[in-house]
Design a protein around this ligand. Structure first.
Ligand code: ASP
Ligand code: MG
Length: 421
């Protein structure tokens, strides 16, 4: 017998027929003797619809009231699922965020969970009753409803799993796992059986949009084993068909068990949400770089890749970096307004860029990963405009039009293509 938290995304909850499928799956797990809590999203599209109403009501809507409105989508699905389960003969009840409670910090629309009351929840689960919990919502110290930011139900599920010390948190989505890359680009992308938290964080933040990034960070911190799987598979299937997200130690142990070799590269991600800024002829002296990045930091603009050449010839240098595309205009305005202080010549921007990243814990112990990447892209005539690395990731910035080609050739170069059937 295990304690399992099951989480269902918006696509799985969209309409009564799908909710009945979800209920059948929950019932199957309960009948195997497991203790179950379920975390649900709002029906697909519902949160967007509710956000739309808020904007219509007032462009400068009150965030406290926004939370009251947008949290309602999950209230509806949690009630409907509990009802459907009962109709199928499964003991169940809904527990709203304020009832458990799921306490959050004071930050409407982007709150973090601080702790979860588990007394009632554990008692219910032990008695065999399925606890159905709306994701995305919590309650602040002043008693008002809060929400966790878009995609926050994943984080709700992981937080509940950590709080009840679940053996596993199964996250059902509209994909059946985490892939080596986007299967829409590479038909021979493979589903990964295992991925580490760190790899998943890199893959999630660089564009493999399977889980909310924050949920992965929380799972890593709390040691929650997360499985990503599809809610459209056969609900009575008993093995683990999805992708398991585990620690590096657990990965090693499982590979040993199955007598498998660790792959050098786990996955390849692409991200078209960044833009490049070149600040030319900045004085090459202490404090110059700070004068560029401090105003951006104060405006909460996230700078990602940074390159600065060491100018041997002149007393000037160019500084190149990337920011989120949505912040490009604001970044340029900020820098232009400080042109005299910074002392640059001009600003050149390019929003048509893509960041391609190869990710894998295997590169910790292997040299040559970056060289293979550069050579593979070079052979195809793809120009690299910026590079950044971490212990388990190499990223390059290229022309957006070459995204698909780059992902495809790298997937082949690192031996990730599935064998042809
Ligand atoms: N319903 C919320 C959203 O669409 C939370 C979630 O589904 O994760 O962002
Ligand atoms: Mg989601």
């Amino acid at each position: 017998m295990a304690r399992i938290v099951m989480k269902f995304g918006g696509t799985s909850m969209a309409g009564m027929e799908r909710i009945r499928n979800v209920a059948a799956r929950v019932k199957h797990v309960v009948e195997q003797g497991h203790e179950v809590a379920v975390v649900v999203s709002a029906m697909a599209g519902e949160t967007d619809r509710l956000v739309g109403f808020c904007k219509e009501a007032s462009p400068l809507y009150d965030p406290a009231e926004y939370d009251v409105v947008v949290a309602s989508g999950e209230q509806v699905t949690s009630g409907l699922l509990a009802m459907t389960l009962k109709a199928m003969g499964v003991e169940a009840r809904s527990w709203l965020g304020w009832q458990l409670p799921i306490r959050t910090e004071e930050a409407h629309a982007k709150a973090r969970i601080t702790d979860i009351g588990t007394l009632d929840l554990m008692a219910a689960m032990r008695s065999g009753q399925v606890a159905v919990i709306p994701g995305f919502q919590g309650v602040m110290a002043d008693g008002r409803i809060s929400t966790l930011g878009r995609g926050g139900s994943d984080t709700s599920a992981v937080a509940v799993a950590a709080a009840v010390k679940a053996d596993r948190c199964d996250i059902y989505t509209d994909v059946d796992g985490v892939y080596t890359t986007d299967p829409r680009i590479v038909a021979r992308a493979r589903k990964l059986n295992l991925v580490t938290y760190e790899e998943m964080l890199e893959l999630a933040s660089v564009g493999a949009k399977v889980l909310q990034t924050r949920s992965v960070g929380l799972a890593m911190k709390e040691g929650v084993v997360v499985q990503v799987l599809s809610s459209f598979d056969d609900p009575t299937q008993d093995d683990l068909p999805g992708t398991l997200i585990v620690s590096e130690e657990e990965l090693e142990a499982k590979l040993k068990e199955d007598q498998m070799e660790r792959q050098l590269i786990t996955g390849i991600a692409h991200d078209k949400n960044e833009a490049k800024i070149i600040v030319t002829r900045v004085p090459d002296k202490p404090g110059a770089v700070a004068s560029i990045f401090s105003p951006l930091a104060e405006a909460s603009i996230n700078v990602d890749m940074i390159i600065q050449n060491d100018s041997k010839e002149k007393e000037e240098t160019d500084v190149t970096f990337t920011v989120p595309r949505a912040d490009l205009a604001r970044s340029v305005d900020l820098l232009e307004s400080r042109k005299d202080q910074i002392g640059f010549r001009r600003i050149i921007t390019d929003a048509e860029v893509a960041k391609i990243s190869v990710v894998g814990v295997g590169m910790r112990s292997h040299a040559g990963v970056a060289a293979t990447m550069f050579k593979t892209l070079g052979d195809r005539g793809i120009n690299i405009e910026a590079i950044s690395t971490s212990e388990i990731k190499v990223s390059v910035l290229i022309d957006e039009d070459e995204t698909e080609l780059a992902v495809r050739v790298l997937h082949t170069a690192y031996g990730l293509d599935a064998p042809v059937a």
